[in-house]
Design a protein around this ligand. Structure first.
Ligand SMILES: [Zn+2]
Length: 309
């Protein structure tokens, strides 16, 4: 079976500003990296339904986002949802394709149609909370997908593994009282958003693995093989969701972690090997951050190649 890659051109239409790092060109870079890899199949991402996005977000929050989205007009026209997070014309469709991709990926995997999946979407999601836009994120795609799996596929336990250089505070907050979800994050500390200390353990279902600025392959692999993957095995999920940010790459301008492409291949292979032995290989990966275009292309290629193997 193939690895499904989900994408939609609507994800290019979200325009947070000409100098904003979360740029439309990110998706073009990722697609250039992954589109011709053997063992993959690309399909268009559907929009999430209102019912799906409300699995993780308050109805009033969604209404507010709908009201904030500006109408299409010439020139740059953006509205701030938080100091770093903007909506342009088209942002609503873009973020709906993100959550929709993640839910559709889960449906395809549980229907036995694909081996696993990578959602090449933007804007990212892991800083978004139940009723907060934050850190370039509008909808928390990993959270929506997790609840979708729990409510529609008879899934009992979901693990979310987040290797973005920033802590996924939104995902942690959404699930910190939900023992059916395990959230593990490696991230640079100190760094935005300032959360992700080891003492933040939720109801015993949160594992934070902070990395000091300047850390690289050795520290990253030690954190995951020494703690993260052990906790994953102990938890025993029915499905693994990866929050795949590539901003811990050595080339990335927003982080000071020095990962190489091979490290993304390594962590992905480790996760897939575990999933193959324990949960039918069910893994879906969702693009989060990553702001150097060359690194995005090469690291996402290493990631997807490992998904196909
Ligand atoms: Zn990030």
């Amino acid at each position: 079976m193939k690895t499904l890659i989900l994408h939609h051109d609507d994800c290019i239409k979200h325009e947070p500003g000409r100098r904003h790092p979360e740029a439309p060109a990110r998706i073009t870079a990722v697609l250039n990296g992954v589109k011709n890899l053997p063992g993959t199949e690309i399909l268009p991402a559907p929009r999430a339904t209102l019912e799906q996005l409300q699995l993780a977000h308050a109805p009033e929050y969604w209404e507010r986002l709908l009201e904030l989205e500006p109408a299409p007009e010439p020139g740059e026209n953006r509205v701030a949802a938080d100091p770093d997070t903007f909506l342009s014309a088209g942002s609503i469709d873009a973020t709906l394709r993100g959550s929709g991709a993640a839910c559709f990926a889960i449906d395809q995997i549980f229907a036995g149609k694909v081996k696993n999946a990578f959602c090449a979407i933007r804007p990212p999601g892991h800083h978004a909370g139940v009723e907060t836009a934050m850190g370039f994120c509008l909808l928390n795609h990993a959270a929506v997908a997790t609840r979708h799996a729990l409510t529609t596929h008879g899934v009992q336990r979901v693990a979310i593994l987040d290797f973005d250089v920033h802590h996924g505070n939104g995902t942690q907050a959404i699930f910190e009282a939900s023992p059916e979800v395990l959230y593990i994050s490696s991230h640079q500390m100190p760094l935005y958003p300032g959360t992700g200390y080891p003492a933040e353990t939720g109801c015993g279902n949160i594992l934070n693995l902070p990395l000091v600025p300047g850390a690289g392959s050795v520290e990253f692999r030690a954190a995951w093989s020494g703690h993260g993957l052990t906790a994953l095995e102990h938890f025993g999920p029915d499905l693994v969701i990866i929050s795949a940010g590539f901003d811990a790459h050595e080339r990335d301008p927003l982080g000071q972690i020095e990962l190489q492409d091979e490290d993304y291949g390594w962590i992905t292979s480790e996760i897939c090997a575990y999933a193959a032995s324990a949960c039918g290989g069910r893994v879906i990966s969702i693009l989060e951050g990553g702001y150097d275009l060359d690194a995005l292309a090469s690291a996402s290629a290493a990631h997807v190649t490992a998904l196909t193997n």
